[in-house]
Design a protein around this ligand. Structure first.
Ligand SMILES: [Zn+2]
Length: 423
């Protein structure tokens, strides 16, 4: 644990303020996007206290996408000359036009440092063999996880270009001790292993680290991964536009924000006022080291709960109990009840017979209605309906379907099918 990780709040904030001030001095003379944005909002860029940050305007993804359309290809959020940039990545583009993100060597090293914190807090060392079960494409998460493991000094194995069975065999053959992939894919790999008579509980994998979607912070999902792999399971959170900002500690109560490298605010998505401890809001992040392509007060669209600053692990970094709870846009309001797909996953995964599920959203006038398709034996139908009724105080219709019939996901699981407004 670094010194800052268990420092007092005032020491942490002092560090963040100094880093942001340094960053602004590097960004502003050259970065047209932020120079124009901050000038048009007439904010003072000399920050005398932490509260001054609240006068800074938000940055949104739509704004960055529009900027890249106005200034093709890479937009104007660039601080250095083009030939200083060494990596190009892009967002998945599942919710609109992909965002292209460039990194300098300095920013790339910073990414690797942030990922190294994820490994270290999970107990990974240079003696480990890290297998990355991803298709290595233009998505940044895999590459930064790879760079972080390399920086830690572990033996790092990219598992791109393989199917699930080949990956399982590779994990066994090389005696991998750490598996990095999405939580859904860890469960899918375990299913494939079972189909082929492989028992991954007997493999050397002792730690699994997950990203890309909520899951590893959901207790019942985490337990399921842990038992399928006989390993300790850790969550992590990151974004292409932002960096690897969250990691799980030994207490596994959710995610800590890496407050040495990021400033986190949690705001009510409607009023934009800070929420109190225990409340849920939208995560707003500022990164403190990616000066080549910075993000200041970025609206992540992620919902998190403010869990305060004290943890049994000794860290004083802000805690999000349950990790990232979902997307602000994913929240469904069914007969006045807020429903998050991650909460449904938690309830369903308490049934060992349940594999995948899908949420079907329809609309009845202005109201949303949901129904679930669940891969499990049909005799569980009423037990699941009762469980959901107790947990949500809602009657949700369940349709049981044959195992293996619902889609599986290597990347972000998309378990909500929106059939509202005739969609
Ligand atoms: Zn902790």
């Amino acid at each position: 644990m670094s010194q800052l990780e268990n420092a007092s709040r005032s020491q942490i904030e002092e560090h963040q303020l100094a880093r942001l001030q340094l960053g602004l001095s590097r960004i502003l003379p050259h970065n047209r996007f932020y120079e124009e944005k901050l000038r048009s909002h007439q904010v003072s860029i000399s920050l005398s206290s932490f509260d001054d940050l609240s006068s800074f305007p938000f940055t949104t993804k739509q704004e960055l996408v529009a900027d890249q359309e106005s200034y093709p290809l890479f937009g104007s959020n660039l601080t250095y000359p083009m030939n200083d940039y060494i990596r190009l990545h892009q967002t998945s583009g599942t919710t609109g036009r992909p965002l292209k993100i460039l990194d300098t060597q300095e920013s790339w090293d910073w990414w690797a440092e942030c990922w190294m914190s994820v490994y270290q807090s999970a107990g990974v060392t240079r003696d480990d063999i890290v297998f990355l079960a991803f298709s290595f494409g233009p998505f940044i998460g895999f590459w930064s996880a790879y760079e972080g493991a390399k920086r830690l000094g572990a033996l790092t194995v990219p598992g791109g270009g393989m199917d699930s069975l080949q990956r399982l065999r590779a994990i066994q053959e090389i005696d991998a001790t750490v598996l990095v992939c999405t939580p859904s894919y860890a469960l899918h790999l375990a299913e494939v292993a079972q189909e082929h008579g492989l028992d991954m509980r007997l493999s050397n994998v002792r730690i699994t680290i997950h990203a890309g979607e909520p899951g590893a912070s959901i207790p019942s999902t985490r337990e399921r991964i842990q038992s399928a792999w006989n390993a300790q399971t850790y969550d992590h959170a990151g974004m292409t536009e932002m960096g690897a900002f969250g990691f799980a500690c030994s207490e596994q109560q959710g995610l800590h924000v890496n407050e040495g490298e990021f400033i986190a605010e949690i705001l009510d998505p409607v009023t934009n006022q800070p929420v109190h401890e225990g409340q849920t809001g939208e995560l707003i992040l500022t990164n403190l080291g990616r000066w080549g392509n910075p993000a200041i007060r970025y609206r992540t669209g992620d919902l998190v709960r403010h869990g305060g600053y004290s943890c049994a692990c000794g860290r004083t970094f802000l805690l999000f109990p349950g990790g990232v709870l979902g997307r602000v846009d994913d929240m469904l309001i069914v007969r006045g009840v807020n429903v998050y797909p991650s909460a449904l996953a938690n309830m369903l995964h308490r049934f060992p017979e349940v594999n995948e599920f899908r949420v079907i959203v329809t609309s009845e006038g202005p109201m949303d209605e949901i129904a679930l398709q669940v891969e499990c034996p049909s005799y569980l139908k009423s037990a699941i309906e009762d469980e959901l009724h107790i947990a949500l105080n809602l009657r949700v219709p369940i349709e049981t379907v044959e195992p293996g019939t619902l889609p599986r996901f290597e990347l972000k699981a998309r378990r909500v099918e929106d059939r509202r407004n005739g969609a």
